[in-house]
Ligand binder design. Structure first.
Ligand SMILES: NC(=O)c1ccc[n+]([C@@H]2O[C@H](COP(=O)([O-])OP(=O)(O)OC[C@H]3O[C@@H](n4cnc5c(N)ncnc54)[C@H](OP(=O)(O)O)[C@@H]3O)[C@@H](O)[C@H]2O)c1
Length: 281
C-alpha cells in the first residue's frame, strides 16, 4: 500500500522541500500550487528520485477552485495525510470571496479543503492533517464576529490568518477521533529564503533578502521543511493531536487556542463563509 499525501503550497519554499522528501520516503505526493512550471519541476524531481507524484493546480483565492482540487484528490484511492501549507502575505488590501484575501487564502481555503477531504482521510485512517501556522500567531487578533478590516496592515492580516490556523487545527483535533485522524499545527521558524515575502512591502522584502544571506539569521528552507516531514511521517508523533510544534519541539501556542468559545465561533463563521454546514465533521 502506497501512502498518499496532498501538500498544498508545494511549488515553493518549505512545502516544496517537504514534498520532495516525502516522495523520497515512498509517499505518493500530490503537489499543489498555482505555478504550473514549478509544479512540473517538483513532480520531475520526485519522479527522478524514483518516487510517485502528480501536480494539481488551484488558486485558493477562488473557493470553487478549492472544491475542484478536492474533487480531483477524491479520485485517489486513499489520502493518508493532508498538509495544509499554502499561504501568502498580501502586501495590499484585496477582497476575494467577500473576505480580505490573506484570511481567505490562508485560513478559509484550507478549512474548506479539509472539510471536502475529511471523508477520504477517515477512510484511510489512521491519517493526519498538518497545518503550517506560524509563531506570528501570538501577535494575531481575530474577531470571528467582525472580520472586516479598517486600516490594512499586511503583517496584522497575516498574523490574524495564522492565529486562525492554530485555532482551526486545535478545534479540528477536538472534534476528531485521534485514532482515525489527528491534527497538528506547525511553526517552521523564520525562513527568509522562501517566496513568502515576494508581495511584501519594499522594506520587508529588503530585510528578508538580507536575512537570507546573513549567516545564523533565521531558519533555512531545508530546516523549515524538516518539521513538516516529521509531523506527516514520523511514528514518534503517531496519535499526537491538537498540538502545536515549533520545528520538532512540541510547544505551547497562544492561550487563545484554549478558548473553546472563540474556536467554535471561528469554526461556525468559517463554515458560513465557505458555504458548508458548520456541524462537521
Ligand atoms: N517563510 C517564513 O518565514 C514562514 C514562517 C512561518 C510560517 N510560514 C508558513 O510556511 C508556509 C509555507 O510558506 P513558505 O515560506 O514556504 O512560502 P512560499 O515559498 O511563498 O510558498 C507558498 C506556497 O503557497 C502557494 N500559494 C500562495 N498563494 C496561493 C494561492 N492564492 N493559491 C494557492 N496556492 C498559493 C504558493 O504557490 P505558487 O508559488 O505556485 O503560487 C507556494 O507553493 C506558509 O503557510 C507560511 O505561512 C513561513
Amino acid at each position: 500500500m502506497t501512502r498518499t499525501v496532498l501538500v498544498t503550497g508545494a511549488t515553493s519554499g518549505i512545502g516544496r522541500v517537504a514534498a520532495e522528501r516525502l516522495g523520497a520516503r515512498g509517499w505518493r505526493v500530490l503537489v499543489h500550487g498555482r505555478n504550473r512550471d514549478r509544479g512540473a519541476q517538483v513532480v520531475d524531481a520526485i519522479e527522478s528520485a524514483g518516487g510517485e507524484a502528480a501536480f494539481h493546480r488551484a488558486d485558493f483565492a477562488d473557493f470553487d477552485a478549492v472544491r475542484g482540487l478536492a474533487a480531483r484528490v477524491r479520485e485517489e484511492p486513499r489520502l493518508d495525510a493532508l498538509v495544509n501549507n499554502a499561504a501568502l502575505s498580501a502586501g495590499e488590501y484585496r477582497e476575494v470571496e467577500g473576505v480580505e484575501s490573506t484570511l481567505a487564502v490562508n485560513h478559509l481555503a484550507p478549512y474548506l479543503l479539509t472539510h471536502e477531504l475529511l471523508p477520504l482521510l477517515r477512510e484511510s485512517a489512521p491519517a493526519r492533517v498538518v497545518v503550517t501556522a506560524s509563531g506570528v500567531h501570538y501577535r494575531g487578533d481575530v474577531d470571528p464576529d467582525d472580520l472586516s478590516v479598517d486600516e490594512y496592515d499586511a503583517l496584522d492580516a497575516y498574523a490574524r490568518s495564522k492565529l486562525a490556523n492554530v485555532l482551526f487545527a486545535v478545534e479540528l483535533a477536538d472534534r476528531l477521533d485521534p485514532e482515525a485522524v489527528t491534527a497538528t499545527a506547525y511553526h517552521p521558524g523564520f525562513v527568509p529564503d522562501t517566496g513568502l515575502y515576494r508581495d511584501a512591502s519594499l522594506p520587508v522584502r529588503a530585510g528578508t533578502w538580507l536575512a537570507a544571506r546573513v549567516p545564523f539569521v533565521g531558519t533555512s528552507t531545508s530546516e523549515g521543511a524538516d518539521g513538516l516531514v516529521y509531523l506527516t511521517d514520523s511514528d514518534e508523533v503517531a496519535g499526537v493531536t491538537g498540538a502545536y510544534f515549533a520545528g520538532r519541539e512540541r510547544t505551547t501556542p497562544d492561550s487563545r487556542a484554549e478558548d473553546r468559545a472563540l474556536r467554535e465561533r471561528l469554526w461556525d463563521v468559517s463554515a458560513d463563509l465557505v458555504g458548508v454546514d458548520p456541524d462537521w465533521p
